[in-house]
Write a new protein. Structure first.
Length: 363
């Protein structure tokens, strides 16, 4: 991978994005801007590698010429530090090259937040919405685990969604979803506000993560979901607790205990991989962290206001009406706007942002 060629490729893409006729086609715009994002990430990583190599060379020259022990120790420490930095940058570069083709499915987790039973009922609505959205895209859906309330609400639900573009479309759904509506049990007609959280985890193949058996506590229990006599009478469901991180994974989607254990281990590996990736990314420059980014899961991203029949996405300050239709899985318009907004506002370099400010078409 050559840095100069990547810089030239970036310049060619910038020329395309400065063409008013090109910008008038939103599909072309999104395709090229996403490619530009990938190239900029590679450029930044290659620059980190070259910077580390330069510092290693300088330190090696000091080792060859200096005699002062303190200076020699500093040079050796500099070599060690920059070799580690170079290794991490190379790993991130390799991961960036492979992750798209290695993502085989998505784990979507929904948990009821503040609001008691109403929050659980809202979480159930969200689970159903994503199931319908997946069906409309011909993605396969498997329920990994669910925990329900006595009124039919959802404490926690975990889905595995398989589809070629599932992650690219669903990655914007991670965060806090808020609902404002009058619960069926509310006699005075007051509007209640409740929340549910959504997390999106890509499932990557062949993750280089080793889990020590002594770090995992395994619990087996009877499945509470559908499955007939076997599910009800035999402890086929599996719960794994990872002691070092406190991560807990439950799985009851498969018929046999062994299969549920393998699935739970697979999800655990992906969660640990995500934690490892976030730590490595955090050590890079702030500029690159902003470009690569991760979903801000702790932030309120969307409000579902039933009295006003309005859904508002707070990240892009845009609203849609007909809540019931959207909750039936008709998320396509919202997802498309989020993808376009990501390309325009977060991904693009300053050169393109200046182009857009001049008033070229954005549709």
């Amino acid at each position: 991978m050559d840095l100069e060629n990547l810089i030239k490729e970036k310049e060619q893409l910038l020329k395309k994005l400065s063409n008013p006729e090109f910008l008038s086609n939103s599909s072309n715009f999104e395709e090229v801007s996403c490619l530009l994002k990938e190239i900029e990430q590679k450029i930044n990583l290659l620059k980190e590698i070259k910077k580390a190599e330069k510092k290693i060379t300088e330190a090696q020259e000091i080792l060859a010429e200096a005699s002062d022990k303190e200076l020699l120790d500093l040079a050796e420490e500099e070599i060690k530090k920059n070799e580690e930095m170079k290794k991490k940058a190379l790993n991130l570069l390799a991961n960036q090259e492979n992750d798209k083709t290695r993502i085989k499915s998505v784990i979507l987790e929904i948990r009821a937040g503040t609001g008691g039973e109403e929050a659980a009922l809202f979480a159930q609505d969200l689970l159903r919405m994503y199931q319908h959205y997946a069906a409309k895209n011909n993605w396969s859906v498997k329920i990994i685990d669910t925990s329900s309330t006595y009124l039919g609400g959802l404490k926690e639900g975990i889905l595995e969604i398989n589809g070629k573009t599932a992650y690219e479309n669903l990655k914007f759904e991670g965060g806090v979803h808020r609902v404002q509506r009058i619960p069926e049990t509310e006699k005075s007609g007051r509007v209640h506000t409740s929340t549910a959280t959504v997390a999106i985890l890509p499932q990557v193949e062949n993750i280089p993560i080793d889990i020590r058996p002594e770090d995992v506590k395994e619990t087996f229990y009877r499945s509470s979901g559908p499955g007939g006599q076997n599910v009800q009478k035999v402890e086929t469901a599996v719960r794994l607790y990872h002691r070092p991180t406190g991560i807990t994974i439950s799985c009851q989607s498969e018929r046999y205990q062994k299969q549920n254990r393998e699935k739970a281990l697979e999800i655990l590996k992906n969660k640990l991989w995500e934690v490892k990736q976030e730590k490595e990314f955090s050590q890079m420059t702030k500029e690159r962290r902003d470009q690569i980014g991760h979903a801000e899961r702790a932030e309120k991203i969307r409000t579902y206001n039933f009295p006003q029949d309005r859904i508002t996405d707070h990240r892009i300050k845009k609203s849609w009406h007909n809540i019931n239709n959207i909750l039936e899985g008709n998320l396509k318009e919202i997802i498309e706007v989020l993808i376009s907004s990501e390309a325009r506002k977060k991904v693009l370099p300053n050169e393109v942002k200046q182009v857009l400010k001049k008033g070229f078409p954005q549709n």
